[in-house]
Design a protein around this ligand. Structure first.
Ligand SMILES: [Ca+2]
Ligand SMILES: [Ca+2]
Length: 374
C-alpha cells in the first residue's frame, strides 16, 4: 500500500506589470536658429528608453516668436528668442531648447556663391527607395557621384509600373537641413523606356512632405544625359524624396544613373546651429567646470566626471554629441551636496573618435569639453 493526504503543485502567481519610471528627458538640438516661416522638428529622448509612460507635452514660452505643435515641430513666427520646453507626463522632467528667429535671407533668386550637390559627400545621407532590383543596381548608386558612360552605376526599381498612386520613389535624409534650388537627374545606360518622365521632388523635416517641384513629359534622349530641373518652391529640408509617377515606356522597371540636389553653398542653412558645437571652446567656459577621467576613454566606455563648484548642488544634464552633431548619449543626475564625482557608463558600441560632452545645470548654464573615445 502507498498513500498520501494531499498533493499541491506550486507555481508563481503572475506579478503585476512592472512600471519603468521616467528618469529624464533630453532635447536635440537645444539651440537652433531659424528663419521666419521655417519649421524644424525637435527630438525628445526619454530616459530610460524603456520607460513605460512616454507621454510628453511641448510648450513655447513665446508663441508669437516660435510656436510648437504636439509633435515637437517648431515654426518660426517672428524675430526674437523663445524657449521651447518639453515636459514628461511621468515625473515632470523638462528640457529646453532656445530658438533664435531671424528675418529670412532676402532671396532674389540668384546664388552669389556656387551651386553644390548637398547630397555630397557620398555616404553622408541615409538613402531608402521603393525597390532595389539587384545589389549592383541598388539605391546607393543614385547618389555615388558616378554617372559617366563606363561607370555602370544606376539605381533600378523593379517594383512595378510607376503611377501617381504607386510611384517609384527614392529618398535621402541629409545630415543637416539644406535648401535645394535644382535637381539634376542623369539617365541610365540602356532601355530608354525606363527613364523617368513624370516626377516630383518632395521635402520634409520629419513630418508630412511638401511638394517642391513637379515635372511632366520630360525626356532623356541620350544615355547618361544629365538634365537640370529648377525647383519652383524651394525650402530648407533635411529629407528629399523623388517620386516618379510615370516612366517613358510605362514599363515595370524604372531607372536612373544619378541624382544631384543643388543648393547654394553661400546659403547653407543655419536652421540647426550644429556648427557651434564644433566651435565650442570659444563659446562656453570649459576650464574649471569639470574633469573627465580618463580622457581618452578606454574600451570599457566608463567615465568619471569630477565637478567643480559651478555645477555643485544642481541637477546636471550630460549630453554627448558626435562631431557631426548627432546625440549619442544623454543622462541626468542630481549633484547633491558633497558628491562631486559621478560615473557614467556609455554604450560599448560607440565608435572610436572625438566627441563633445556638454554638461548643463538647471539654470541652463552649459559647459563643454572634447572627449576622445579610444
Ligand atoms: Ca552627389
Ligand atoms: Ca550613380
Amino acid at each position: 500500500m502507498t498513500q498520501l493526504a494531499e498533493i499541491e503543485l506550486l507555481g508563481c502567481a503572475p506579478s503585476s506589470t512592472v512600471e519603468i519610471a521616467v528618469t529624464g528627458v533630453a532635447l536635440y538640438p537645444t539651440e537652433l536658429e531659424m528663419e521666419i516661416g521655417a519649421t524644424v522638428q525637435l527630438t525628445a529622448t526619454l530616459l530610460p528608453d524603456t520607460a513605460t509612460n512616454t507621454e510628453i507635452t511641448w510648450e513655447s514660452q513665446d508663441h508669437a516668436i516660435a510656436s510648437v505643435d504636439t509633435n515637437g515641430n517648431v515654426t518660426a513666427q517672428a524675430t526674437g528668442i523663445a524657449n521651447i520646453t518639453v515636459t514628461t507626463d511621468d515625473g515632470n522632467f523638462t528640457d529646453t531648447a532656445t530658438v533664435t528667429v531671424r528675418e529670412p535671407v532676402v532671396d532674389d533668386g540668384t546664388c552669389n556663391g556656387t551651386l553644390v550637390d548637398v547630397t555630397d559627400p557620398v555616404g553622408s545621407g541615409e538613402i531608402t527607395s521603393r525597390d532595389d532590383f539587384i545589389p549592383k543596381e541598388d539605391r546607393f548608386k543614385a547618389f555615388d557621384n558616378r554617372k559617366e558612360r563606363g561607370d555602370f552605376s544606376k539605381w533600378l526599381d523593379a517594383g512595378g509600373i510607376p503611377a501617381p498612386s504607386d510611384p517609384s520613389w527614392i529618398q535621402i535624409v541629409l545630415e543637416q537641413p539644406k535648401r535645394v534650388e535644382a535637381i539634376v537627374i542623369t539617365s541610365a545606360n540602356d532601355e530608354i523606356g525606363r527613364d523617368p518622365e513624370d516626377f516630383r521632388l518632395m521635402g520634409s523635416n520629419g513630418g508630412a512632405f511638401t511638394e517642391l517641384g513637379s515635372w511632366s513629359a520630360k525626356q532623356f534622349d541620350q544615355r547618361y544625359q544629365s538634365r537640370t530641373f529648377e525647383v519652383a518652391n524651394p525650402g530648407t529640408y533635411a529629407q528629399y524624396r523623388l517620386e516618379i509617377t510615370k516612366n517613358r515606356g510605362d514599363l515595370e522597371m524604372t531607372q536612373l544613373a544619378e541624382i544631384e540636389l543643388l543648393g547654394c553653398d553661400q546659403n547653407e542653412t543655419n536652421a540647426i546651429g550644429l556648427s557651434s558645437k564644433l566651435d565650442f571652446d570659444n563659446i562656453y567656459p570649459v576650464n574649471d567646470s569639470f574633469i573627465i577621467a580618463p580622457n581618452p576613454v578606454g574600451e570599457e566606455r566608463s567615465i568619471s566626471l569630477q565637478l567643480t563648484s559651478s555645477l555643485a548642488n544642481k541637477e546636471v544634464t550630460v549630453t554627448i554629441y558626435s562631431m557631426e552633431g548627432k546625440l549619442v548619449h544623454s543622462s541626468k543626475f542630481l549633484n547633491s551636496e558633497g558628491i562631486l564625482e559621478h560615473y557614467i557608463q556609455l554604450d560599448h558600441s560607440l565608435p572610436h573618435g572625438i566627441y563633445i560632452m556638454e554638461l548643463r545645470n538647471n539654470r541652463n548654464e552649459r559647459y563643454r569639453k572634447k572627449i576622445i573615445l579610444n
